[in-house]
Design a protein around this ligand. Structure first.
Ligand code: KE4
Length: 428
């Protein structure tokens, strides 16, 4: 069945034909590709067409699709049982592994999605501090829990408005939405609301307004203000965790800011290796506020699922191979360098950036520092480029506000083929 026929059939039984909106290609137009199989750096659609995959399931597939060690671990785990609703040794092993790799964490709670992990981290921060206000930043996405589906309020340091129908204004009345990388707004928000702020939640290297880095001064100031006012700093590393570095984005900021650490960290994607698994962690003091020990309730039927933890553990073990991130980062950098060089040769303004296996590019003259600047980039040019590359067998994220991902399975030849296709797409 063709992609189009599948899409029409899907739309009869699934809203928009997809189970997550970005997959519907509405930002770029055209027909989404229904994926039949994947292997290594490649995905194959329902029409048998192969693409070099730079989405990687939106981050999890850092090893590439179908890594033998991962498949073997998942198969063995499945044979032992799909789900028990009881503790297992493997979820202890996974927690121990993450705690070993992320020094700021002493305890970890496993859940099934990044949304669930961010929602739980938010409730934990409010429970620990006894405060209601939270800060998030425009352009950052922390899943679709009600309190986090918020856009900036009308004025500086004013409370946000829902970005979705079905979210009552009361639910977001405590959410302040500030501009990413804006130190003045940080100072104003804490000066006005400091004693009532439970936490600030940040994507340290944002991947939901394409790739935008939080500046070191911004992260330093946010840490300082949280300390001064008794608020918790929550690093949403669902995308950056084990993607930009083995210790996540926080390990990169700790190099620039000695002793830096967030109070609560959220992980997803890579930690599950492509299966439904996410997590949040913090000091023991903070985590012991959670049920069954403490008053903050949080639960899940499939939390710590034995097959998902096998997938995550196998993935975490493979990414600790010597030189894994050096090689991945170098290949990702070469992709971005190649794309921007191809654009320059074609006389097209394009800038790009990468960290570890995560990258972004924009059709503009300088790297955006916040959401407004990202959304001011050339959307039409992006959409034309997206389709020209898709036609040439290269599968980028179908929206200019999404970051891209390279896996360990992407070869130098794949990068070269992508750059070649970009030269044709931009030159044409
Ligand atoms: P999930 O609930 O989709 O597992 O995770 C939510 C989430 C939380 N935090 C960050 C930083 C995230 O990037 C995400 C999810 N990312 C999107 C990609 N932009 C997932 C793709 C989708 O929504 O289909």
């Amino acid at each position: 069945m063709s992609n189009q026929a599948l899409f029409e059939r899907a739309m009869r039984v699934i809203p928009g034909g997809v189970n997550s909106p970005v997959r519907a290609f509405r930002a770029v137009g055209g027909t989404p590709r229904f994926i039949a199989s994947a292997s290594g750096a490649y995905i194959v659609d329902a029409e048998g067409r192969r693409y070099i995959d730079y989405i990687g399931s939106w981050g999890p597939m850092i090893l590439g699709h179908g890594h033998p060690a991962v498949l073997d671990a998942v198969t063995r785990a499945a044979r032992d049982g799909l789900s028990f609703g009881a503790p297992t040794e493997r979820e202890v092993e996974l927690a121990e592994e993450v705690i070993r790799l992320v020094p700021s964490i002493e305890q970890l709670r496993l859940v099934s999605s990044g949304t669930e992990a961010c929602m739980s981290a938010l409730r934990l921060a409010r429970g620990v501090t006894g405060r209601s206000h939270i800060i998030k930043f425009e352009g950052c996405y922390h899943g679709h829990a009600d309190a986090l589906l918020v856009k900036a309020g009308s004025g500086l340091a004013t409370f946000g408005f829902p970005t979705s129908a079905g979210v009552p204004a009361e639910v977001v009345q405590h959410t302040l939405v500030l501009e990413y990388n804006n130190l003045q707004q940080l100072d104003e928000a804490f000066a006005t609301h400091g004693k009532d702020i439970a936490c600030a939640m940040l994507e340290p290297i944002a991947g939901n307004m394409n790739l935008v880095r939080a500046s070191v001064p911004f992260v330093r100031r946010l840490r300082e203000l949280c300390n001064t006012h008794g608020a918790l700093l929550v690093f949403d590393e669902v995308m950056t965790g084990f993607r930009v570095a083995l210790g996540g984005a926080q390990s990169l900021y700790a190099r620039e800011l000695p002793g830096f650490a967030p109070d609560i960290s959220v992980f997803g994607k890579v930690i599950g290796g492509g299966m439904p698994l996410a997590a949040f962690g913090a000091s023991r003091t903070i985590m012991e506020h959670l049920a069954p020990l403490g008053p903050v309730y949080q639960a899940g039927t499939l939390s710590g699922n034995p097959v998902a933890t096998a997938c995550g553990l196998a993935t975490l073990r493979e990414i600790q191979q010597p030189g894994f991130y050096d090689s991945l980062a170098e290949r990702t950098r070469s992709l971005v360098t190649g794309l921007t060089a191809a654009a320059a040769k074609a006389g097209v303004e394009m800038v790009g950036d990468s960290e570890g296996g995560m990258f972004g590019f924009f059709f503009t003259s300088s790297l955006p520092q916040n959401y407004a600047q990202v959304m001011a980039t050339d959307k039409d040019r992006f959409n034309r480029f997206f389709h020209a590359m898709l036609d040439r067998g290269v599968y980028f994220a179908p929206a200019l506000y999404e970051a891209g991902f390279v896996s360990a399975a992407h070869s130098d030849a794949d990068i070269a083929a992508t750059v070649q296709a970009a030269g044709e797409a931009l030159g044409g």
